[in-house]
Design a binder for this molecule. Structure first.
Ligand code: IDP
Ligand code: MG
Length: 138
């Protein structure tokens, strides 16, 4: 079974979309095997997004990610990395497919409500960034 890391970003939490994101996971038979709420520090956000540190939006992105609490989850299922990316929609909500989370709720290319790992290697790094083995059920 594959695992992936999901984050409901500060815009999703502050706009009360936590339940809607979780509803879509459950509706699509994606299992949540770990979950917690965190308010990231700048250093924690920078470490998580280290792969983007040379990008022009890095400062703004890490500011945004520390602007309020986030919900981090580990999801499990067959092909769940790709399946959850499909539920999220494209990074730029203007290019996201109809019915995706970002199409329905994102307000900005940066404030796009959710994060999902993009490969098995990234998922392993991102899951271990937030959770230890005792915090993951199943
Ligand atoms: P992803 O979240 O769809 O995997 P990435 O390219 O990994 O997209 O970018 C990480 C996050 O950085 C995005 O979700 C978005 O919040 C932000 N971001 C990506 N590209 C831009 C941009 O061009 N301007 C501002 N923010 C961006
Ligand atoms: Mg990414």
């Amino acid at each position: 079974m594959e695992k992936t890391l999901s984050i409901i970003k500060p815009d999703g939490v502050s706009r009360n979309i936590i339940g809607e994101v979780i509803r879509r996971l459950e509706e699509n038979s994606i299992k949540i095997i770990a979950m917690k709420m965190l308010h990231l520090t700048k250093a924690q956000a920078e470490g998580f997004y280290a792969v983007h540190k040379e990008r022009p939006f890095f400062g703004s992105l890490t500011e945004f990610m520390t602007s309020g609490p986030v919900v981090v989850m580990v999801l499990e299922g067959e092909n769940v990395i790709q399946k959850y990316r499909e539920l999220m929609g494209a990074t730029n909500y203007k290019e996201a497919a109809e019915g995706t989370i970002r199409k329905d709720f994102a307000t900005d290319i940066e404030k796009n409500v959710v994060h999902g790992s993009d490969s098995p290697e990234t998922a392993a790094f991102e899951i271990s960034y937030f959770f230890n083995n005792f915090e993951i059920v199943g």
